[in-house]
Design a protein around this ligand. Sequence first.
Ligand SMILES: *Cc1c(COP(=O)(O)O)cnc(C)c1O
Length: 468
Amino acid sequence: MNSILKQDLDNFENILEKTKQQGIDFLNDIENIPTSNTYTINPKTALNELGLGSIEALREFNERLAPLMVSSPGPRYWGFVTGGSTPASIVGDWLASIYDQNTQAVKAQGGASALIEFETINLLLQLLDLPDTFLGGFVTGATMSNFTSLGVARQWFGKQFGKDFAKDGISETVNILTATPHSSSIKCLSLLGIGSQNYTTVKTIEGNREALDIADLEENIKKLEGKPFILISSAGTVNTADFDDFEAIAALKEKYNFWWHIDGAFGGFAAVSDKYNHLVKGWEGADSITIDCHKWLNVPYESAFFLIKKDHINLQIETFQNSNAPYLGNPLENFNYLNVLPENSRRLRALPAWFSLKAYGKEGFKDLIEGSIALALHFGNALIENDFELLAPIRLNNVCFTLKGKHNQDKVNQFLSALNDTGKVFMTPTIYQNKKGIRASFVNWRTTEKDIKLVIEEMKQTILDMEI
Ligand SMILES: *Cc1c(COP(=O)(O)O)cnc(C)c1O
């Protein structure tokens, strides 16, 4: 063994102790750590000839790199849809690194940690009140979950023409219908060789909605004259958290032949609350569903899962199987995750979610979800009382707003940039219905009303400073 490695091994307890203490210091101070900073580094340093050992590397990290860290797991990072990490999720994340399993098989001499993934998916199905008719698996994010789901959808589409796209490539125009897809689904169309421009945009419901207009959807289906298609629907659009009408889509599935995908990256968690689960009513009829864990479940990056109906297992294996590696065996007999999703080697990504679900249960997540929604409404009310207007009603946890008055449109970006510069809060710009707007998304378990008060004060001050 190399001498520096040996030294680290002998000193391992001390190294981990120091790391733990550093983590506690960061998390205990998270409310004071800025949400933005202007610190920068020259990202080039010489690779050491002999190596520093972990303690010295930690020292260098603290000196040069740690100042780059912003409080994105903190209570006032409202940009994008950014979750934090609960205590239990960090326990799971640490242990996933320590046990360092290559999570693939459920039954193998070389390890069966995929059983833990099965168990976690089963817990998630219970949390979301979904039936056990789905096969689920963990991937790095909702983008990869959309990719996995739409990859199987593509294979299904080919089969409608008696073709095997996975083997032979795409030889038919793949029909895609969607209204307000997340940009990551469009990226998937590009990755899957379908083409990022090759989809039909269905109208949205009139009156400030982002949800599919079901009548227009049916019009577009009729134009296909009986040809199959893939429908990409939304459980929570990013601007206004709008939901497609899943009961109506389920009824269309009785009449027409299509693959139904739901992107519910964050909005799927509406299912956890009795007050909001009507938004996802009927979603169990989908062929595939995408959900992120690193958003509203508040586990560290990178964590999301897909749910694909077990009936489609053959299509899924055709899409992802490692067919020219004989040591992997028959994928239908020996279940192995590497035959049903993009990655081969993969960490025990389910563990942070497993710990969270065990630690906080149904009630914990119901409180978290309903709490975030209450905060969004609270923030929305405070905005209206001040110099802002909402661009859309608050349907769930996202607030889409702008400066009051048409004449202030050209000041929106400057305002947001000045506000973000305070480091007290971080929000992201958007364009909604041709208006420049700002998005705040509430998903972090640490956020409280005190944070909203603090942010409103900062916003008022920024308005004064800018003389808006
Ligand atoms: C965040 C998000 C995605 C992309 O998720 P990643 O985890 O960033 O890959 C896809 N769809 C929706 C609706 C999202 O909110």
